[in-house]
Design a protein around this ligand. Structure first.
Ligand SMILES: [Zn+2]
Length: 135
């Protein structure tokens, strides 16, 4: 069952084919809620504190947290801007850049993520956006 908050956030932010880390959304059911400010740091399970991530992206994000805390914080700061502005073309691009940077290091990644495939997927997304016209 999808959490109500995820359903509400999909309504507010719209459902594109990518999550907030530019991972392809293959099914609505794969979307999870990420706390931008952690529960243990006083973060609430509210729309304002949430980011929408596929399970795969979410696993990668917490893997980044474990291995590169500074980068994890940077990504969350960008989520906060996207959340506040209800969009974030620039921020999504910066997040892709950070993930690519992480994937280029030899830091560990979750088992269900394929390094070169993920890099290709993110670069494709960057290129697509370069040619899109935003109104
Ligand atoms: Zn999370």
């Amino acid at each position: 069952m999808m959490k109500d908050i995820v359903v509400n956030m999909i309504k507010i932010y719209g459902l594109t084919d990518r999550d907030w880390m530019s991972f392809k959304i293959t099914s609505k059911r794969s979307i999870t809620y990420h706390h931008i400010i952690k529960t243990e740091d006083g973060g609430k399970t509210t729309i304002r504190n949430g980011a929408l991530l596929t399970k795969k992206a979410h696993n990668l994000l917490h893997c980044i947290e474990y291995n590169d805390l500074a980068m994890y914080k940077e990504i969350n700061a960008l989520f906060q801007i996207i959340n506040k502005n209800k969009c974030g073309k620039e921020e999504l691009e910066q997040i892709r850049f950070l993930i690519l940077k992480y994937l280029d290091t030899k830091e560990p990644i979750p088992k269900d993520i394929e390094r070169s495939y993920t890099k290709k997927m993110l670069l494709e997304c960057s290129n697509e956006n370069k040619f899109k016209i935003y109104v």
